[in-house]
Design a protein around this ligand. Structure first.
Ligand code: SAH
Length: 246
């Protein structure tokens, strides 16, 4: 289950932070590290600061874009020190976030995503997440060092995992959730339908952010998502040929 929990670091500037994050992960039993477009990697400083966790560094995957890092994940939680303008579901306490993540990690990959040292995650990157989490720190100075933020959330995940191990198995397994890639296909399909039908007229309307948040809260199962896609396709056909439906 812990092997299904991925840590994603977006465009890390200091390689030392990658090493320290790898060490933080290994102390909590996590091993899946994905680096999105790091400034310098592989790097001697990263390896040095990883200490006994060089295996995590050696096995880390490097990708160009966040979509490649989380496409196969069913839940993606972006860690952010501040509240953003996007209406995504937000955990202001890491504990319930970690319990939910552990539930979903039973049969599919999930991810915790961390931003750049200087300016965190962009809104576009947060759009690839299903949720956001903040570590409730000192409101007057609440921004942690990247690797320390990884340490705290990795610890919360381990704690939730230990509780999960100790408690009896969940009586019914939750229905499988779609991956981020499957959700992205659905969102693209919905976008097409909304534009073609004339519902969406302004290119930067925040309507789609609200719809994305709605789906993130509702967490449709794979089956429900395929029904929604079927509905869209049928409405599209009816819209392009209105007389045939009468
Ligand atoms: N200056 C950036 C923060 C960079 S800290 C900003 O203002 O957004 C680097 C990363 O560590 C952040 O992107 C976030 O993923 C994580 N982090 C730091 N403090 C955090 C906190 N209090 N809660 C959640 N994540 C935090």
């Amino acid at each position: 289950m812990l092997s299904n929990i991925r840590i994603v670091l977006v465009q890390t500037f200091h390689p030392g932070n990658i090493g320290q994050a790898a060490r933080a992960m290994k102390t909590m039993g996590l091993s899946d590290l994905v680096l999105v477009n790091p400034r310098s990697f592989p790097d001697a400083e990263a390896t040095r600061l990883a200490a006994g966790a060089t295996d995590v560094i050696d096995n880390a995957r490097v990708v160009e874009h966040i979509a490649q890092a989380v496409g196969d994940c069913v839940q993606v939680v972006g860690a952010s020190a501040r509240l953003r303008s996007l209406p995504l579901p937000h955990f202001d306490d890491p504990e319930p976030m970690a319990s939910e993540l552990i539930e979903h990690a039973q049969d599919a990959p999930v991810a915790l995503v961390f931003g750049r040292e200087r300016f965190g995650l962009t809104n576009d990157e947060i759009r690839h997440c299903t949720h956001q989490v903040s570590i409730p720190a000192n409101p007057e100075y609440g921004v942690l060092n990247l690797a320390q933020a990884v340490q705290i959330l990795a610890y919360e995940v381990r704690r939730a995992w230990r509780h999960h191990q100790a408690s009896p198995a969940t009586p019914q397994t939750p229905p499988s959730l779609p991956t981020r890639d499957q959700m992205a296909h659905f969102e693209a399909h919905l976008h097409e339908a909304l534009v073609t039908s004339g519902f969406l007229t302004q290119p930067h309307a925040r309507t789609e952010d609200h719809l994305r948040a709605l789906f993130a809260r509702a967490q449709p199962s794979r089956k429900e998502l395929s029904i929604l896609r079927g509905v869209l396709s049928t409405l599209e056909k009816a819209g392009s040929n209105p007389r045939s439906s009468s």
